[in-house]
Design a binder for this molecule. Structure first.
Ligand code: DGL
Length: 289
């Protein structure tokens, strides 16, 4: 284990540490603070190195370890990997390397999709990295090998959302092109396997129609997190609203302005950090795969 400063006595009062490649993980923060308002949150957006979705498994794993190291220095009781790409490539290694429990977005989304599907045909959309990792397919097959899965990378969705082109005609047209693939597959459930995609829910739903249930992993992650904290007796017992702290690895300005779109509230304060200071121990998981 790389970290040993996990003390059980004060753990309930500690924050939940969440990281993402950038802004997108704020959709996960939004759901967590809705479900667990008394919990404090430390969020790291690795804005200097976003996007992760086009990078190699080794690079993303190295970043995931550095981000986790940073969060551990803030004194956290739980690690949430809000980035689908990082969860796809590095979650098992993080779980095998650090003391605090660690939850990613993939498993909760998969469990929700398996509950939702009637036809047994599920679609997945995500970054090129997430889709090529087959992490979602594997997680589905591990639970139910009979389910038929169709997946499609949608790499242009992230920059479109980052431009706030949420209901722009160009976004709609690009979504039509990507989602055409699912039209003849008769899926009844689609996993939004990327932090940015919940913001495109309306566009996606418009194109695929009301019969396709859209699974936003963030919502289900928040519910599972609540259950895990409860089972581990790690829920914060204080009745005051939790504290939110935001950190980024590049200039905070973009994060301030666009972050509001993701979190649906003002984001303040946002502090810049130098992630290279958390470079020392990386990627030595005991769960190589
Ligand atoms: N946060 C990433 C994810 O959920 C999307 C953005 C990126 O490519 O870094 O996969």
């Amino acid at each position: 284990m790389l970290n040993s400063n996990h003390e059980s006595s004060n753990d309930q009062n500690k924050a939940i540490g969440i990281f993402d490649s950038g802004l997108g993980g704020l959709t996960v923060v939004r759901e967590i603070i809705k479900t667990l308002p008394h919990e404090s949150v430390v969020y790291l957006g690795d804005t200097a190195r976003v996007p992760y979705g086009v990078k190699s498994p080794d690079t993303v794993t190295k970043y995931a370890f550095q981000n986790t190291e940073f969060l551990l220095h803030q004194g956290i009781k739980f690690i949430v990997v809000a980035c689908n790409t990082a969860a796809a490539f590095a979650l098992k290694k993080l779980q095998g390397s650090f003391t605090p429990p660690c939850l990613g977005v993939i498993a909760p989304g998969v469990r929700a999709a398996l509950k939702a599907t009637q036809s047994g045909k599920i679609g997945i959309i995500g970054t090129a990295g997430t889709i090529s990792s087959q992490a979602y397919i594997q997680a589905i097959k591990d639970i139910n090998s009979q389910v038929v899965v169709f997946s499609q990378a949608c790499p242009l969705f992230v920059p479109l959302v980052e431009e706030a082109w949420i209901d722009h005609p160009v976004t709609y047209r690009i979504a039509e092109i990507y989602l055409e693939f699912f039209k003849k597959k008769q899926i009844d459930t689609l996993i939004l396997g990327c932090t940015h995609y919940p913001l495109l829910k309306e566009v996606i739903s418009d194109i695929l129609g009301p019969k396709v249930a859209l699974i936003d992993s963030a919502m289900f992650l928040a519910r599972e997190l609540q259950m895990i904290l409860q089972n581990k007796e790690l829920l914060n017992q204080q009745k005051t609203t939790g504290e939110l702290r935001f950190f980024v690895t590049d200039m905070p300005e973009h994060f301030y302005s666009l972050g509001k779109l993701f979190l649906k509230r003002a984001i303040f304060p946002v502090k810049h950090i130098d992630i290279s200071n958390y470079n020392k121990r990386e990627g030595r998981g005991n769960n190589e795969d």
